[in-house]
Each structure stands twice: as structure tokens, then as C-alpha cells.
Design a protein. Structure first.
Lengths: 273, 341
């Protein structure tokens, strides 16, 4: 199976490691992830403040670049998915905008058709790889208490993931799912650069609640939520810092990859297994 | 016809409890019909707010099975079809002080309405003429005029949970509605932008819950984004949020990517964060980059951005002096003098 990979801005610098982990995990399941090299930053729901049209055309271009290579597009970040999906819906339901956009894309020999699917990493794992395959390939049981954290943009404004998906993966990896009071609370990542104090309060609220539920790790399918939890807990003055795993890292560990190849040696909050 | 058990949150004085009522649902019955049925036949002490029964007055917002809804517009069957059958839990909206049972205290939000002066302050109409609002203009705020002040948006707002100066999404929906109204006095528009800045408009975390739950399908988080833009246009260019947007515009224009190495510096003048980032990368043997991964066709992308901004946006918001500096770095990189992912 081949699916075009949308890189976005999530994998710069140190987080390049996360990209490698995703590729490693997917290769185990026979999924090739050719990077669609023409894709660019989705605008992070920030470019929308300047112009919704600019955001739409950038993301029409991202999808059109994958369509040109006859590929669906796999997106690993919740916010990128929300923003690209929003553009796709607008274009698929509004011929006038689609025509305006395609007129500009034509200069780059691109055309937005809207025929290919866009996937977020989590529903892709659930629907295209499947729990059965996942279960067959797991080698290492991870008998720890994991707190699943979905992240807002998988659920709002549109719910694109089935309830219990992360929980099921945790169980397949040998872990125990832990529920906690603040599991639907936003991690505040998007206000780090607009109002940091609010972000820190959000991180603290969630992590303290996870601690109270006695979980040992946080698991999230969103690289932004992951970064928020890994980088800001100290500054947020949480009672006790809890290490966080990006969902592909959890799967990598249970597939038997080394700590280094699973990405966990690059975290700010040490992951001790 | 189906018999179900309904759990209803009750509060009197300081005592909280849930009462369970057994009711027979009828076809087409709404949650509000159900509450009236309970009050008229089973328990006259149950208190809730309701008025128009048509989704216009906004007074019957409450929570059903954990999600906010307008009781008068929500059919019992729809809820039962969604979740585990026979389960119905009715509770007051989150985020407000509860006065009694399902009634919450909205006085604080009434104060916001007064403070924001959320009514139209008209210019003088053209001499011997009336104001004309053309269809194109009305489209800009047609949705926003549907706001019924049900305060559902405030009950799910992630920013309000942490930040009390934040006025709540509804205040910005209404603010936007007047800012884009051509009849409003210019000085009043300026005042509204100042009020929005003071009411923490940049604190919104953009979680999108208000968009998901607004019963009138307004998108408050998007109105907040539009007001943010207006504040920048009005000269509030030094807020962290304005500087963040500027970073995004410039770096995406120049390289197709934002630059997370320089983001703390561009937004908060935080050189320390940049140094720490570099050191952290070095510690882990990861290459430092000055220009992130350049996508294919990044120069053609610039034409596209310019064209899009000419149609909708402001090309002046791209800082071409800064772009020249980024281009120098790109040039070095392409010559092989600099590191890149």
C-alpha cells in the first residue's frame, strides 16, 4: 500500500525523529509513505487570520500535489488535518471557489480535483491497517498505565475518529487505558505564541488530572499536543511531570524497536520503561 | 412509544443530586417537551428556563448526555438513536454557577453585553437618503445575526475555563457583526477593537468547540480570527498574536514553512529559547537548521501567495525586507554553506 505523506511543519529539527518513527512503523505493515515534496505548511489555522482564501488555496495546492502523483494524502497532525479537511470541504461544495483556485493552480500545472482521500494518521491506522494486523505484529508487551489524549482537532469541529481507537491500541500493546477527568480539555498548544499563560494553565490542568488518575504515560496521536506536553510541563509547574508518547512511538515500542528507533530517547521528559 | 428513565440534575440551596423519572416518549417529542411533562405530571418542583420553544430565544440551552443543546430543538429520539439506548441524562450548562436545577447564572454575560455595547451605533445616513445594505454586505454577517445568546459557546469554551478576562465567544460573534456593518460609526469600530484586545481576544486557544456546538451553526472561533485581523489592521501590530501571524506569513511566503527555530524570537524576542533549542538539538546529535526543509516549487509558491492576497488579504503584510534576509540564507544553503534538514 502507498499513501502520500504530508510533512507539514511538525517535523523540523529534533522532531525529524518523529517522522522517521512513523515511516518505520508503517513499513512493518507494508505501507510505503512517499513524501509529497510539493506540499507546504498548511498555515496552522493562523494564515486563516490573514485570509481564508489564502489558506484554502495553499491547501488546495497541497491536495492537488498529491493528486498529481495519484496518491491519497496521510496527515499526522490534528491541526493540519482540520485545516486541510476544511479547505477540501469548501472546495468540494463550492464550484465558484474551486474554479477560482484552479485558475491560479494552473500556472504550476496543478489541478484540484477532489478525487483523492485525505487521512489523519489515527483513522488510517484503525481503518486501513486494522487492529488485527496490529495485534499480530506486536512483540513486546508494555504493561503500563496509559492516559489516551486525542487532541481537539480530531473531534472538533468535526469528529473524524471513532471513540475508543487509542484505547484499543493501548490494550493491543499490552497497556491499561486510564480515564481521567480532563481528557476532553484542550492542551492549549495554539495559544503558546498568543497567550502563553493560558497554555500553561491548560497543560497543568490536564497533567494534574492524569496524575490523579495514576497513569504513568500520556499517549497522543497529535505531534503538536505531544510537543506541548513534552516541552511545557516544567514551565507549567505540574505536580509531577508525566512522560508523553506520540502514538507511533507506542506502536514502535510494542513492535520491538529499540528505544532509540522508537524515538523516546529524544524526549525532554525522560521515558523510563 | 418507548419507556425510558431520565436522570435530571437537581440543585436546591447547596445540595446537589440526580432524580430519575420514568417517562414514555412520544414521536416528535423534544427534550423541552419532556421537561414540561415531568414538571406538569411528575414533579412540579423541577426548575428550568424556556420561552419561545422555537430555537429563537436561547433560554433553554442545557446539557443532554454530556453535550450542550437547545432543549426545544432536540428530539428525544435523535439522542436515543445516537447513544446507548434508554439513557438520558439532563444537566445544566457547564461553566456557570448553578442557581437551581437546570438554571444557571448568566448575569456575568449580561454584564459583558453591556460592556461591549453590542448594539449598532449608526452614522448619519446620506443626506435625504436611507442606508442601503447590499446583499454582498449582508452575507458577511448574516450568520452572526442569528446568534440567540444561548451561551452554549461559553459553556464549552476552553479559554474561559482558565482566563476570566476572556469575554467568551458570543461577545466576539456580535462584535464582528457590527465591525463589518457599513452603517456603524468608524470611531465605534475602533472602540470595539480596543475592547476586544482588552477582553483577551488573543487568548482564544482555537479548540473549535464553539464551532462544533453552536446550535445556530455560527463559527465563533472564525469570527475571533477575523477580529484579530482587524486589530492588526487598526495598528495593534505588537501583540504576540500579531507577531505570530507575521512570522507565519513571511516564512511560509519565503520557504513554504514556518521556522520553529525563530518563532520564539519573532514573537517574544526570546533569544534564550532559540539558544536552548539549539543546545537541545546538539545534545541529541540532531542537525540545526536555519532554513527548514525546502519543498519543491517554493518559488512558484510565492506567485500563488501574491495572487491569493491580491484577491483577499493584504500583500503589504508580507515584510519584503525580511524576505530578502531569508533569501540570503537560502542562497547560502543552496551553495552548501549552511546546514539544512
Amino acid at each position: 500500500m502507498r499513501i502520500g505523506f504530508y510533512r507539514g511543519c511538525c517535523f523540523q529539527g529534533l522532531d525529524f525523529v518523529l517522522l522517521d518513527v512513523i515511516k518505520r512503523v508503517f513499513s512493518v505493515f507494508g505501507v510505503e509513505l512517499p513524501e509529497v515534496r510539493k506540499t507546504i505548511c498548511c498555515g496552522g489555522n493562523v494564515i486563516d487570520e490573514e485570509s481564508r482564501f489564502l489558506s484554502t488555496i495553499i491547501n488546495a495546492r497541497n491536495i492537488a500535489a498529491a493528486e498529481k502523483e495519484n496518491l491519497d494524502l496521510l496527515i499526522s497532525c490534528n491541526t493540519c488535518f482540520m485545516v486541510i479537511n476544511r479547505a477540501k470541504k469548501l472546495l468540494d461544495n463550492n464550484d465558484e471557489t474551486k474554479e477560482k483556485v484552479n485558475k491560479i493552480l494552473k500556472e504550476e500545472n496543478l489541478l484540484y480535483k477532489g478525487e483523492r482521500k485525505i487521512w489523519h494518521l489515527l483513522p488510517f491506522i484503525v481503518e486501513k491497517i486494522g487492529f488485527e494486523k496490529l495485534s499480530k505484529k506486536t512483540k513486546v508487551k508494555l504493561p503500563y498505565r496509559f492516559a489516551p489524549y486525542y487532541g481537539c482537532h480530531l473531534k472538533y469541529p468535526e469528529k473524524i475518529v471513532k471513540d475508543g481507537s487509542i484505547e484499543r491500541i493501548i490494550e493491543l500493546c499490552g497497556g491499561t487505558q486510564i480515564h481521567y477527568q480532563e481528557e476532553d480539555t484542550c492542551c492549549g498548544y495554539h495559544s503558546i505564541y498568543t497567550d502563553k499563560a493560558t497554555s500553561l494553565k491548560k497543560i497543568k490542568r490536564i497533567v494534574d488530572s492524569i496524575k490523579e488518575a495514576e497513569a504513568e504515560f500520556i499517549v497522543t496521536p497529535c505531534p503538536l499536543c505531544f510537543k506541548g506536553f513534552d516541552m511545557l510541563q516544567k514551565e507549567a509547574k505540574v505536580k509531577t511531570a508525566i512522560p508523553v508518547l506520540f502514538l507511533p512511538e507506542l506502536i514502535a515500542l510494542s513492535l520491538g524497536f529499540s528505544h532509540k528507533d522508537s524515538g523516546i530517547t529524544y524526549h525532554k521528559i525522560p521515558v523510563k520503561l | 412509544m418507548k419507556t425510558i428513565k431520565v436522570k435530571v440534575f437537581r440543585k436546591q440551596d447547596e445540595i446537589h443530586r440526580y432524580d430519575t423519572y420514568t417517562v414514555t416518549c412520544k414521536k416528535g417529542q423534544t427534550i423541552l417537551d419532556l421537561l414540561f411533562h415531568i414538571k406538569e405530571n411528575l414533579d412540579e418542583t423541577l426548575s428550568f428556563r424556556a420561552f419561545c420553544r422555537s430555537g429563537i430565544c436561547g433560554s433553554c440551552a442545557l446539557k443532554v448526555n454530556g453535550h450542550p443543546v437547545l432543549a426545544c430543538r432536540t428530539q428525544v429520539k435523535t439522542i436515543l438513536d445516537k447513544g446507548p439506548s434508554n439513557k438520558l441524562i439532563i444537566e445544566p450548562l457547564d461553566g456557570f454557577k448553578i442557581i437551581k436545577d437546570l438554571i444557571v447564572d448568566i448575569e456575568g454575560k449580561q454584564e459583558v453585553l453591556k460592556r461591549f455595547e453590542l448594539w449598532l451605533e449608526e452614522k448619519k445616513p446620506p443626506k435625504n437618503k436611507e442606508f442601503k445594505v447590499l446583499r454582498e454586505e449582508a452575507k458577511k454577517y448574516g450568520k452572526e445575526t442569528d446568534c440567540i445568546l444561548c451561551l452554549t459557546c461559553c459553556s464549552v469554551c476552553e479559554t474561559l475555563k482558565e482566563n476570566t478576562p476572556f469575554a467568551g465567544p458570543f461577545a466576539f460573534v456580535r462584535t464582528y457583526r457590527f465591525i463589518v456593518d457599513s452603517r456603524e460609526k468608524d470611531e465605534k469600530k475602533k472602540e470595539r477593537l480596543e475592547t476586544s484586545i482588552n477582553a483577551s481576544i488573543w487568548s482564544c486557544v482555537q479548540c473549535q468547540k464553539c464551532v462544533a456546538f453552536c446550535p445556530k451553526e455560527i463559527a465563533p472561533a472564525q469570527d475571533i480570527q477575523k477580529i484579530r485581523k482587524e486589530t492588526i489592521k487598526a495598528g495593534y501590530t505588537e501583540t504576540p498574536g500579531a507577531r505570530k501571524l507575521s512570522h507565519y506569513l513571511n516564512w511560509v511566503y519565503a520557504t513554504g514553512q514556518i521556522n520553529r527555530l525563530y518563532l520564539p524570537l519573532d514573537v517574544y524576542d526570546n533569544e534564550k529559547a532559540v539558544r536552548e533549542f539549539i543546545n537541545f538539538c546538539k545534545e541529541h546529535g540532531v542537525k540545526i537548521w536555519e532554513i527548514p526543509h525546502l519543498p519543491d516549487g517554493f518559488l512558484a509558491l510565492r506567485d500563488l501567495i501574491v495572487r491569493a492576497l491580491i484577491k483577499d488579504g493584504d500583500i503589504e503584510n508580507i515584510d519584503f525586507k525580511k524576505i530578502r534576509k531569508i533569501d540570503e540564507k537560502i542562497e547560502k544553503l543552496l551553495k552548501g554553506d549552511s546546514k539544512c534538514e
